[in-house]
Ligand binder design. Structure first.
Ligand code: AMP
Ligand code: MG
Length: 491
């Protein structure tokens, strides 16, 4: 395990032509302090978790001191935002410091968010709120531990600086870690400026870093790259849908080239099953509603695929889009079959899944709590000791009929009840990061300077599928006060 001053660190992105970035140093905080530090991720990166005690850590992670090898830069990108093309985005408040090369020779981007203005700030202040930093820290780690590809979060550095949002709020910086930070929008900027050479350079960069097995040449090689991109995107979106995650701002500048969930803003989890649910308060037309996500990702992918016009032919472009459809359907179906504990896909089981989702649409039952509990239904139709299920089936005739049909489906399974429960519990999380859980951690941090709840929540959500009886309240439905919590793009 290495100390922070002893990391293998460099920046491969800085070797690309200058059109790809603006070199820039962070604007540090006057008096930084540590808010949160993710020891488990540190260990995965080969950083000694005891570095948490290093008094200089906040200085390294707010740009006051530099890790040897740092070559920080703001990445250029463009993007389709709410259906409108914006040619001038880029890191307006974040910098890619470089990449850690761990002892297994894997490269990890360190990307510092909230560290001051860049050429791409468009008049905004280059800062991030402590509130949004906590939300990203907790959200990205929670998704990772659900098995959904995501950027990770290493630490949050706090400050005495206040920034103007809906009210004045404390500023913070968050250190994000990911295999890369290249976005669909990173290609779009060059494509729309007719700079095909830069598009190709970026494709080659991603292939070299993530798909060394793919040959870097026209059609076949680049076609394969498109297909992999489509498959990774589809697989992540299918997981979002099955786990009830809603991103909130699926602009193409927030779409990762390797299918990571990236840029956590007004994200959330559905509670009641509602395809029209919108988590982003500023999304007035519901473009990025929960139910629209698969189609929007496909729309975004189509925009991205076009950027390789000239490097691949139509057929390869079309194949990539078809791969998206196929992978999305297969991954989503497989996850849903497991959520129900069905052994095989049959016409009947798929129909039953659809029917269940329709019933859930019509009632207030919490999506996640529902799935977590139905693993207690036995093949003989009995409910064991499950109090929640007994209450559910008492309230509505619909559910009684549902139970009858569900047990009928289960009778076709060869899994014994216990085995099926294990399979179901491994895809039906007990703990879902609802807004009120983060809100409590945020309020304690802002009003009392007490950061303990942040780490407590992070740790609970490292094991979302395990029963943790001492943390029962984190698995409960949202309390009444949380129903009106609103999250917007302002962060
Ligand atoms: P986001 O909604 O966080 O994905 O950001 C969209 C674009 O706005 C990106 O180019 C960001 O870098 C930029 N941006 C968001 N907030 C700020 C800010 N406070 N200062 C400068 N740029 C920002
Ligand atoms: Mg963004």
């Amino acid at each position: 395990m290495r100390q922070i001053t002893n990391l293998r660190f460099e920046n491969a992105y800085a070797e690309l032509p200058p059109a790809f970035y603006q070199k820039k140093d962070p604007v540090p905080f006057e008096k930084p302090h540590m808010v949160a530090f993710n020891e488990n991720l540190a260990a995965e990166l080969g950083i000694d978790p005891a570095e948490r005690q290093n008094p200089l850590l906040p200085e390294y992670f707010c740009g006051k001191k530099f890790l040897a090898g740092t070559d920080s830069l703001a990445m250029y990108y463009a993007g389709w935002q709410f259906g409108v093309y914006n040619p001038n985005l880029g890191d307006g408040r974040a910098l890619l410091l470089g990449q850690i090369i761990d002892d297994r020779n894997r490269r990890w981007d360190l990307h510092l968010k909230g560290c001051g203005t860049t050429r791409f700030s468009r008049g905004f202040d280059g800062r991030a709120t402590l509130r949004s930093s906590i939300r990203e820290y907790l959200g990205s780690e929670a998704l990772h531990h659900l098995g959904i590809p995501s950027t990770r979060a290493l630490c949050i550095v706090g400050s005495e600086e206040k920034i103007e949002r809906e009210t004045k709020e404390p500023a913070a910086m968050m250190l994000r870690v990911a295999e890369n930070h290249v976005r669909f929008g990173s290609f779009e900027g060059f494509f729309h400026r007719d700079e095909q050479e830069n598009v190709q350079t970026l494709v080659d960069y991603v292939i070299a870093r993530h798909y060394p097995e793919i040959p870097r040449h026209m059609n076949e090689g680049y076609g394969l790259f498109l297909q992999k991109t489509a498959e990774k995107t589809a697989s992540t979106i299918a997981k979002w849908q099955a786990f009830g995650f809603i991103h909130g701002v699926m602009n193409t500048d927030n779409m990762s080239i390797t299918g990571l969930t990236i840029d956590y803003g007004p994200y959330g989890f559905i509670e009641k099953f509602d395809r029209d649910y919108v988590s982003n308060h500023s999304d007035h037309f519901g473009r990025y509603s929960y139910g629209n996500q698969p189609a929007i990702a496909r729309w975004n992918l189509e925009k991205f695929v076009k950027c390789l016009h000239g490097l691949v032919d139509e057929k390869h472009m079309q194949n990539a889009i078809e791969s998206y459809n196929k992978t999305f359907s297969a991954t989503y179906r497989e996850l849903m079959l497991r959520k129900f504990g069905f052994e095989k896909e049959t016409k009947k089981s798929l129909k039953f899944i659809e029917k269940t989702l329709e019933i859930l649409t019509e009632c207030d039952t919490d999506y996640h709590i529902f799935f977590r509990n139905i693993s207690d239904v036995r093949r003989d139709g009995s409910l064991g000791e499950n109090f929640w299920l007994k209450e559910l089936f008492k309230t509505s005739g619909k559910w009684e009929q549902w139970l009858h049909e569900y047990t009928e489906q289960l009778s076709g399974n060869s899994f014994p009840d216990q085995r099926r429960k294990e399979i179901m519990d491994s895809v039906n999380p007990k703990y879902v990061l609802k807004n009120h859980i983060m809100e409590t951690a945020i309020r304690e941090a802002i009003s009392q300077g007490d950061y303990s709840e942040i780490e407590k929540v992070r740790k609970i959500f490292e094991n979302p599928f395990s029963d943790q009886p001492e943390h029962k309240s984190y698995a409960a439905p949202s309390p009444q006060w949380a129903k009106d919590l609103a999250v917007s793009c302002l962060s």
